[in-house]
Write a protein that binds this ligand. Structure first.
Ligand code: GLN
Length: 494
């Protein structure tokens, strides 16, 4: 059951083979057993969760269930959920109880889904390993000595370890796709503006986008049906007609034009990752796709551009944490300025402070033109590269991450090595395009452990239904996405 698709779970609920309370309890039992070790969840509230499951059972019995009614979902702790502690992985918000629901949370509530708990994440979503979280690192379920990726590391570990049926994440530079690659499941970052950012704690507002993290493309499509849609409370939410993201899943791929950016295979990619990616692309050829070499000439600039723009936006967004209205306030201070300084010095971790400093610097009067403006200009060129590429192909494929999951601590003291984790994902955010990661095989670590490798699929604006189709067809002829790590029985259990 823990391995079942969302569709199967919905059928089991509809046929009364299981109740939502039983299903939810199954996941809660696994969470109780494994979470102390894996640390995927920051906040749990079994009573609230089970009350939602009970309500879902009533709704199912009344015959007005949706595709996700009664399904237990893990929510990244970046989404405000009324009455839930919402920390964003930071000491700054350690005791913050959200007074309202994020749009994404409301959407899941309306669908009758069950909120299993709030998942661990890098502090304010800054990181690629979950190691910047104030609440501690998260273990990769495939190998507990390795990181799950980040920043949505808790959601990633929860999906991989089957501590939820599916989860939500957010992706500013790769935080859905890179952990999906490192933990071996399917994750989608939608086109910017498709999912409302209302109530989603802001990191870099022009890049942040929420999306589904689930076992399969089909599950992601069902999640998208709930998450996507216009919301007037987010000024960048796009007013488009509601879509059914499952509509194209079964289309054959004959004639699909797959663009392969030469830059994605030339630099940075580890040989162990390259092999499964090449095999996956071959598979697409067997499914009738045509391979086309393309170029994204400015892609090597995406990391430097991102590390000007994202910190600039973050420095502005994070100025609201001043110890006045909510969040951490220093207990001792001499005057107002001292209170601001001490509250921020105590409340933020090292990576967040680094970004605030960079952001403030690049926005300062003397450097704005040299850094911020220049980065905005290159951002446009990066988007134009994709525009050109999509004249020749329908989707773009390549690796999601340069390598498989790395050891905890391995890159924690080397910010640049950490930033390179998003080498292939960041350009997609800068252009506002949709991107996903699909399990494409395993590479064996030096100590003999199978570690997942993700194939990245990048689509044109609003082409999520096609990308899900492309991923789903691959998942009909491969079973990488269906594989789950074997977890040791927790200590003390029977
Ligand atoms: N790893 C990138 C960063 O630290 C991206 C994080 C994200 O997508 N939220 O900024």
């Amino acid at each position: 059951m823990i391995n079942s698709s969302l569709k199967t779970l919905a059928q089991m609920l509809a046929n009364k083979e299981i109740s939502s309370v039983e299903l939810t309890q199954t996941f809660l039992n696994r969470i109780d057993a494994y979470n102390p070790e894996i640390n995927a969840y920051i906040s749990l509230d079994h009573d609230r969760t089970l009350a939602q499951a009970k309500a879902a059972d009533v709704r199912i019995a009344a015959g007005n269930a949706t595709a996700l009614t009664g399904i237990p979902i893990a929510q990244k702790d970046i989404f405000c959920a009324q009455g839930w502690k919402t920390t964003c992985g930071s000491k700054m918000l350690e005791n913050f109880i959200a007074p309202y629901d994020a749009h994404v949370i409301t959407q899941f509530d309306h669908a009758g889904a069950v909120n299993l708990g709030k998942t661990n994440m890098d502090e304010f979503a800054m990181g690629s390993s979950n190691e910047t979280s104030y609440f501690g690192g998260v273990k990769n379920p495939w190998d507990f000595s390795r990181v799950p990726g980040g920043s949505s590391g808790g959601s990633a570990a929860a999906v991989a370890a089957r501590l939820c049926a599916a989860a939500t994440g957010t992706d500013t530079g790769g935080s859905i796709r890179q952990p999906a690659s490192l933990c071996g499941f399917t994750g989608l970052k939608p086109t910017y503006g498709v999912v409302s950012r209302y109530g989603m704690i802001a990191f870099a507002s022009s890049l942040d986008q929420a999306g589904p993290m689930a076992k399969s493309a089909e599950d992601c499509a069902l999640m998208m049906n709930v998450m996507a849609g216009f919301d007037e409370r987010d000024s960048t939410s796009l007013n488009r007609e509601k879509e059914d993201y499952t509509r194209d899943l079964n289309k054959p791929l004959q004639g699909l034009r797959v663009g392969l950016p030469k830059e994605f295979f030339d630099i940075g990619i580890d040989p162990s990752t390259k092999d499964p990616i090449e095999k996956a692309i071959q598979k697409y050829q067997e499914l009738g796709a045509e391979l086309i070499e393309i170029s994204l000439p400015h892609s090597s600039l995406s990391i430097p551009v991102y590390y000007v723009l994202a910190p600039a936006e973050a420095s502005s967004n994070l100025s609201r944490y001043d110890g006045v209205r909510y969040g951490h306030r220093a207990s001792e201070y001499t005057d107002l300025m001292d209170m601001y300084c001490k509250s921020r010095a105590e409340g933020f971790g090292a990576e967040v402070k680094r970004r605030i400093l960079i952001g403030t610097y690049v926005l300062s009067a003397g450097y704005y033109d040299a850094y911020y403006l220049k980065a905005q200009q290159i951002r446009r060129l990066i988007a134009q590269d994709f525009e050109e590429a999509f004249k020749k192909c329908d989707v773009i494929m390549g690796p999601t991450a340069p390598s498989t999951a790395f050891k905890a601590g391995q890159k924690a003291d080397d910010p640049v090595a950490m930033y390179l984790e998003d080498l292939y994902t960041i350009a997609v955010n800068l252009a506002g395009l949709p991107g996903m990661s699909v399990p494409a095989g395993f590479a064996t670590s030096a100590d003999g452990k199978p570690l997942p490798v993700g194939l990245q699929i990048i689509g044109n604006y609003f082409d999520e239904a096609r990308m899900l189709n492309v991923a789903h067809q691959y998942q009909q002829v491969t079973d990488w996405h269906a594989q789950a790590p074997t977890l040791d029985k927790p200590e003390g259990s029977a």
